[in-house]
Design a protein around this ligand. Structure first.
Ligand SMILES: NC(=O)C1=CN([C@@H]2O[C@H](COP(=O)(O)OP(=O)(O)OC[C@H]3O[C@@H](n4cnc5c(N)ncnc54)[C@H](O)[C@@H]3O)[C@@H](O)[C@H]2O)C=CC1
Ligand SMILES: O=C(O)CCC(=O)C(=O)O
Length: 630
């Protein structure tokens, strides 16, 4: 016997398959039974009690078989159903089962009648499947099981393994407590709690290793797997109460995701970022140079919002960290709030409402006007500005806009060449410039003085765009008749106390940066951004990245993909190809995208290659990041 001989003992139900086979059989046999739901629940409860060791296994099996009321003829339907329910990572690592066929066994408290045909497709022959067998009546009805089989008894797996008398190391992989006990009894050397389909506390707390999928099991054992790095080892940190759908989507794809409801300070983030591969934030978390420097494993920063100035995009790029955002998901929400606020301001709704809340009836038309026919001045005619332009026109407003870029007018909007021209005619000025730091104090004393007497100002862009002190003076003096402010120069990292000098001023609507905070927007962001993260992590796509050369890659299933990020200096590409040629690699596709400072080259290769090439590519001068996919 080889001293390194290892035996891999797999459980069947909820390990090799995603389901408990007897539950599936129940679905089949009870399809027309009016009490189906209750009986199936009873079967599931009994199954779990047996798995967790709460009742004896023999008892659990007897009870379930009685409830099942199954027949031999039902088993072929069961096998067909189970074939479609093989665990995802088992299916994708079929090659492992083929290559290590001699070392793999199945020990299950299920039944050979349905296990054998499923695992045969994974090169596990019937003589390496240890499981129970059914007892049939003359008409084919399943009436019981072979009670002499050790696997029909409590802790039967321990006895089964003893009887097998295997030589070498024994590793048991399963989801149940009955799998773990083999390790406790000393008949197995290692127990892997397999949690791809279900995670049971009694099993995981006792395991030598937790394997969320077969990729992890293979990785820990240094065995060849279908993917180069198990996804569960990729850690995603989502801050600032990002919508739950993002967590669900990313976890479902196999990543390990942690959520934190608030933003983190620089010092907190520096501490936390060390083992994070993907960071998700909203507008309050600053990803500074220092944070980037401390981020040893970081590959992606994703802004679950539009703005990205809270992220040091250049520092990220220099370190090969790709940044994504959600440029359109909350556009409509901001526009709707702007429209609502414009109407509320012009009708003094908040003043009337506050008066009534404090017991004052003040029915008056003074200073209350329709928006129809009024001039709306939009500063910043981008995604939000343009959509607002359309809705405002639909309300009968005359729209004027000013943008530093030469943007095309939508509908009947009028383009203004100078900001001062727009300020001089607008009844309401609304700010939708981007979050470029150059826009700091874009709106100060001078611009306000250029506005019409009694005009209104709306700021849903960024707090630093408006000089708050100048706005306060203008509101107090009556130069401006009102304002709506959603964003502030300094905003708190979490909900709680907040002070602004605008507090208490009449006809000023204050909101806590909620322009994009609607269920629709947050759900859409939680769909859009994770899809960008997954596209990059799983295939290398950088489409829509805000700081990186954009590249859309074809799907590649039967190939290895090398992703090489490097400084855009002369000669790197030539060096990459020289190395690829030296190792005689068969390139089936190569894609390159560059900007002035970074080059991103992706090479797809045939399956087989000399692993030395990885180190050679990693060591090319100018390399920023290198990784292999598949
Ligand atoms: N309050 C909230 O919750 C939200 C706020 N925002 C903020 O809204 C702003 C606009 O967003 P989008 O329309 O999606 O951005 P965008 O990038 O599509 O449009 C911005 C436009 O402003 C123009 N611009 C930049 N500086 C200017 C200046 N000094 N004068 C005139 N025009 C200028 C740009 O050329 C561009 O056309 C951003 O600052 C964003 O962060 C976005 C979503 C939610
Ligand atoms: O609510 C958020 O997460 C920030 C919204 C925002 O300002 C943005 O999308 O830029």
């Amino acid at each position: 016997m080889s001293p390194n001989k290892r035996n891999y003992i797999f459980d069947f139900d909820s390990t090799l398959t995603r389901v408990e086979a007897l539950d599936v059989l129940a679905e089949i046999t009870l399809a027309k039974n009016p009490n189906k739901k209750a009986i199936i629940q009873e079967i599931i409860d009994i199954t779990n009690l047996g798995i967790d060791g709460e009742i004896s296994f023999t008892e659990s099996l007897e009870k379930r078989i009685q409830l099942l009321n199954a027949n031999k003829a039902d088993l072929s339907s069961l096998v067909s159903a189970l074939k479609k329910q093989v665990s995802k990572s088992i299916e994708s690592n079929k090659a492992f089962f083929e290559e290590f066929a001699e070392d793999i066994y199945v020990i299950s408290c299920g039944f050979k009648e349905f296990i054998d045909p499923i695992v045969a497709e994974y090169k596990i022959p019937a003589d390496r499947v240890f499981a129970n067998t059914f007892e049939f009546a003359g008409d084919g009805k399943i009436i019981g099981f072979d009670v002499d089989n050790v696997l029909s008894k409590h802790n039967g797996k321990i006895q089964c393994l003893k009887n097998m008398n295997l030589e070498g190391e024994i590793q048991v992989i399963g989801d149940g407590y009955s799998d773990y006990v083999t390790r406790e009894a000393g008949v197995a050397d290692k127990f892997f709690a397999y949690t791809e389909n279900i995670s049971r506390i009694k099993t995981t707390e006792n395991a030598d290793h937790i394997a969320p999928n077969l990729d992890e099991f293979l990785y820990i054992n240094g065995l060849p797997g279908n993917i180069s790095y198990p996804k569960n080892r990729i850690k995603i940190l989502l801050l600032e109460n990002v919508h739950q759908d993002a967590f669900n989507k990313l976890s479902k794809d196999g990543f390990t995701v942690e959520t934190v409801s608030k933003s983190l300070s620089e010092a907190e983030l520096i501490e936390k970022i060390k083992d994070v591969h993907v960071l998700g934030i909203r507008s309050k978390t600053n990803v500074t140079k220092k944070v980037v420097a401390a981020a040893e494993k970081l590959m992606v920063v994703s802004a679950f919002c539009i703005g990205t100035t809270q992220i040091d995009l250049e520092a990220c790029k220099e370190k090969g960290i790709v940044v994504f955002n959600a440029p359109y998901s909350n556009t409509r929400s901001v526009v709707e709030l702007a429209i609502g606020e414009i109407i509320m301001l012009m009708r003094s709704v908040f003043q009337r409402s506050t008066e009534l809340h404090s017991g004052q009836w003040n029915k008056t038309a003074a200073g209350s006007r329709e928006v129809r026919g009024k001039k709306l001045g939009i500063v910043g005619y981008g995604n939000i500005g343009k959509q607002l332009s359309v809705l405002a026109e639909a309300l009968g407003m005359d729209v004027y806009y000013y943008d530093i870029e030469d943007t095309l007018a939508i509908g009947n909007a009028t383009k203004m060449n100078e900001l001062s021209e727009l300020l001089a005619i607008a009844d309401v000025v609304t700010l939708h410039v981007d979050d470029n730091p150059a826009n700091k104090n874009l709106f100060g004393e001078k611009q306000i003085s250029e506005m019409k007497e009694g005009a209104y100002l709306v700021n849903l862009a960024r707090g630093f765009v408006v000089d708050i002190a100048a706005l306060v003076v203008a509101l107090k003096s009556g130069k401006l008749a009102g304002a709506a402010v959603d964003v502030y120069p300094e905003e708190p990292s979490k909900n709680g106390e907040f002070y602004t000098d605008l507090k208490g001023l009449p006809n000023v609507i204050l909101t806590p940066h909620v322009g994009g905070s609607t269920e629709e927007a947050q759900r859409d962001i939680a769909d859009f951004v994770p899809s960008k993260i997954m596209a990059y992590m799983n295939s290398g796509n950088t489409v829509d990245a805000v700081n990186f050369p954009n590249i859309r890659l074809p799907r590649q299933t039967k190939a290895h993909r090398f992703l090489h990020i490097h400084k855009n200096v002369p000669g790197v590409m030539a060096k990459i190809n020289k190395i690829l040629a030296k190792y005689d690699l068969n390139i089936i596709g190569q894609y390159l995208s560059t900007d002035s400072s970074v080059g991103y080259v992706i090479t797809d290769l045939d399956k087989e290659y000399n692993k030395e090439v990885i180190e050679k590519l990693r060591n090319i001068e100018g390399t920023i990041k290198f990784r292999v996919l598949y």
